[in-house]
Design a protein around this ligand. Structure first.
Ligand code: GLY
Length: 446
């Protein structure tokens, strides 16, 4: 048996835990800030600790002596959890701190793309001190269509887009000032118009192996309205692309990731070993880069990891050894639709501590030879008398089938198995919403 240390306790880490333990080759220890009943069910040991407390993490690692670690969330990766574990000789599927700037510093990534002539950057400027006149003038040069990106991690609240999150230039400038005060810099850039998609890749420093392309839904309510969330749901198609993308779009996004991996090596002298998650957008004349994350996406991981035919343990070991090119990584050719159930009031004022009930018979009835449902716990608290809501996304249901229509129907029925004060987006993965996206990009591309 291999010993593996998993860091994190969300639904993304539940999907990672399932992938690691699927073939019975792993004895899993989880280090997490809260107990996730799904992860606990497949872990041998479950250690509760703050993800920022590296001395607790290292004590846990010293005791279990894992063969390797997988670090799920952005914060410990950005803070150097992989570097800390390496002091004990433990390698991680997660980049070192200097490489994790790909996610934690938006200016680092924009400057890297520019320095190494990688395609995909917007027109942008980095501001390092509060100069309102200069910021206003640059926003004017962008025609008032702009994005302001804080230069550090802000739990999904670090980006504002003109016309969406900020209605006036004054609000945009105020956000830029706050970022400069907190992080010492801010990025202001051109706003892209098009369809966003997530391309996550396994990266070992030499080779990039893509996962199926996924589209996320950030807004809380149907019709892409309401406040931004961690992601209300996602879908991926059986051909591993999305209905509005061309083969060239996906190839261009892949090429950007390859060039960034090589640029990171030149810039830092180190190999990036982990997940590179490119947030891309298909625009009028090609593909542009919105941002990189240095980890699996959540929900995106929930779509792709259940499709992985190759043993994830082998994938992890080849990432660490830098030998991904010698491994054939295969995913099932199935469509997936993921829908998150969240507490009423989420994200601004979520009800917490309320009991929910799941009709397990209904869930079991959704599995057949060609179709299946997988469920992932996120922020739920399992007590002796049942499951209770915490303050964030609670449970994700992923329908897996030959077509998006069938996958969506499975996820939707699964959402109906839960009673309690929760809601979800019924429109994710539907013919109607996907059709709107296809048509919208068609119009943009002419
Ligand atoms: N799907 C959004 C994220 O993982 O950041």
């Amino acid at each position: 048996m291999k010993k593996v240390l998993l860091v994190g306790n969300g639904a993304r880490e539940h999907a990672i835990a399932q992938a690691l333990t699927k073939n019975g080759r792993v004895e899993l220890t989880t280090f997490a800030k809260a107990r996730n009943p799904g992860i606990a069910a497949v872990s041998k040991d479950y250690v509760i600790g703050s993800l920022g407390d590296f001395s607790a993490l290292l004590s846990c690692a010293k005791e279990i002596k894992p063969d390797f670690a997988v670090i799920g969330p952005d914060d410990p990766i950005a803070d150097g959890a992989a570097d800390a574990l390496l002091t004990l000789g433990i390698h991680s599927v997660a980049p070192l701190k200097t490489l994790a700037r790909l996610e934690s510093s938006k200016s680092f990534t924009r400057d890297l793309v520019e320095k190494y002539n990688v395609p995909g950057n917007p027109i942008y400027k980095v501001f390092t001190h509060v100069d309102e006149a200069a910021i206003r003038s640059f926003i004017g040069e962008l025609g008032g269509e702009y994005v302001v990106k804080a230069d550090g991690l802000m739990g999904g609240k670090g980006v504002v887009v003109s016309g969406e999150h900020v209605k006036t230039v004054e609000e945009g400038i105020a956000f830029a000032k706050a970022s400069i005060e907190k992080f010492g810099r801010v990025v202001i850039e051109e706003k892209f118009v098009g369809q966003e998609f997530s391309l996550m890749s396994f990266v070992d420093g030499n080779t990039v192996v893509d996962m199926p392309v996924v589209q996320d839904h950030k807004r809380a309510y149907e019709g892409d309205t309401g406040p931004n969330t961690g992601g209300m749901g996602t879908y991926s198609d059986a051909n591993h692309s999305l209905p509005f993308l061309t083969e060239k779009d996906v190839a261009d996004a892949h090429e950007i990731t390859v060039q960034i991996m090589n640029a990171l090596k030149k810039e830092t002298g180190s190999d990036y070993k982990g997940i590179m998650y490119g947030g891309f957008i298909a625009v009028k004349n090609g593909v542009r880069l919105i941002e990189y994350n240095a980890r699996f996406g959540d929900p995106e991981a929930l779509n792709v990891l259940p499709l992985l035919k190759t043993d994830f343990v082998d994938v992890c070991e080849h990432i660490i050894a830098g030998t991904l090119s010698s491994l054939t990584v295969e995913f099932e050719k199935k469509a997936t639709v993921c829908k998150y159930l969240v507490p009423n009031g989420y994200p601004e004022n979520p009800c917490t501590g309320e009991k929910i009930q799941i009709n397990e018979d209904l869930l079991n009835s959704l599995n057949s030879v060609d179709e299946r449902l997988v469920s992932f716990y996120s922020s739920v608290d399992q007590r002796d008398d049942g499951l209770y809501l915490s303050s964030s996304r609670a449970i994700a249901f992923v329908g897996i089938a030959d077509t998006l229509v069938k996958a969506e129907a499975i996820a939707e029925k699964a959402c109906g198995s839960v009673s309690g004060p929760v809601f979800h987006r019924r429109d994710i993965g539907t013919v109607s919403l996907i059709g709107q996206r296809v048509n919208s990009l068609k119009l943009i591309r002419g």
